[in-house]
Design a protein around this ligand. Structure first.
Ligand SMILES: [Zn+2]
Ligand SMILES: [Zn+2]
Length: 361
């Protein structure tokens, strides 16, 4: 299912049409109008999510191009592994509905706190970029406090129930909107949604719920990455503590060492220098491959400078797709800048030979 299908609009629909379709579908499936109907709740969530993507021009554009709203180079964006509808809860949908058609949905404290992202720059060698691989990344990050398990409360003293929300963590109220009255649920701002308040703060984290720790994270590198791409590892960033969710770890592909190759999209170009007699007579040559192996190739007789010999499927892996690009062996001819007298005589003779004459019109 894509967001256009969910809202029942076509790809060229205007912002106005999209909003209308969302309004109709959201009203029909709103949980307040369909109590206990889980299918309606699911539909409500999906239309809210679809509207969230399509009402934002840049996300809509990204979706139209890549079929996802992730960075095109991120791991989540690859191979359709990330469904745009996953990880979108009923609270998100209700909040979005209120923001779109009601008044402001309770402002601060209504969203789950998310920790900060961590960006790590990595350099790749050609084999990793071409064929993929794995890396172990070491980061120092805010991790759930080992003493209080992130609650921020001193374990011995414990916590007490939050009086503001009666320990529910959420406060519900009725809101009047242009479309009628709806129940909204917002996170309790006193306890931050936990339902409890510590009697005494944890001494290890001073109540923050997190501590700095080194961790090693294994990352799979897909084949075909380019400089400037990101790989996003969800939930591997800093933890904000106290019931929040961690941010992401973003791997930034900084530099790729292509060695003796040049990259042209998914293809690689290797420049093979041969001698002038070899260009005339042809021969066999060894060329390196991106995985460190080498390949024997035949250069036919009478091959000129600049000719490209294609070696299928020896190029870069294709990001998000199967298969590999090609390796082009580009012929370069070595011209000596100094020759011996005897060689000069040979060349003079060649120059006069009929096969070496250039016929000009
Ligand atoms: Zn603690
Ligand atoms: Zn509370």
């Amino acid at each position: 299912m894509n967001p256009y299908e969910v809202l029942g609009v076509n790809r060229s629909a205007s912002a106005e049409d999209i909003k209308k379709a969302y309004r109709t579908a959201a009203m029909k499936n709103h949980p307040d109008r369909n109590p206990g109907d889980h299918q309606a709740e699911e539909r409500f969530k999906r239309v809210a999510r679809a509207y969230e993507v399509l009402s934002d021009p840049s996300r809509r554009d990204t979706y139209d191009r890549y079929g996802t709203t992730e960075d095109p180079g991120s791991a989540a964006g690859m191979g359709g592994m990330h469904d745009i509808f996953s990880g979108f809860g009923l609270d998100d949908a209700l909040r979005a509905f209120m923001e779109n058609f009601g008044f402001s949905a309770g402002g601060s404290g209504s969203r789950v706190v998310q920790g900060e992202d961590i960006t790590v720059k990595v350099n790749l060698d050609l084999e990793e970029a071409a064929l993929g691989g794995s890396r172990e990344i070491e980061v120092e990050k805010n991790t759930v406090c080992s003493e209080c398990s992130g609650t921020g409360a001193d374990k011995a003293s414990g916590s007490e129930s939050c009086r503001h929300c009666n320990g529910m963590g959420k406060v519900s109220s009725i809101r009047n909107t242009l479309l009628g009255s709806f129940r909204t649920v917002t996170q309790c701002h006193v306890c931050g949604g936990r339902g409890t308040i510590p009697k005494k703060l944890c001494s290890n984290c001073r109540g923050r719920g997190f501590e700095k720790r080194k961790s090693t994270i294994a990352v799979d590198l897909p084949a075909g990455l380019s400089e400037g791409h990101y790989i996003r590892l969800r939930g591997q960033g800093h933890h904000p503590g106290q019931g929040g969710v961690p941010g992401d770890l973003k791997l930034f592909i900084n530099e790729i060492d292509y060695g003796p190759f040049r990259r042209e999209g998914d293809n690689l170009v290797y420049s093979l220098t041969i001698s002038y007699p070899q260009a005339v007579l042809g021969g066999e040559f060894s060329v390196p491959l991106p995985d460190g192996d080498s390949l024997q190739i035949k250069v036919g007789s009478g091959t000129g400078a600049g000719v490209r010999i294609k070696q299928k499927h020896h190029g870069m892996g294709r990001l998000n797709r199967r298969g590999r690009g090609d390796l082009f062996v580009e012929i370069d001819i070595h011209v000596p800048d100094k020759v011996k007298r005897s060689e000069k005589e040979l060349l003079k003779k060649l120059e006069e030979s009929p096969s070496f004459k250039i016929k000009r019109k």
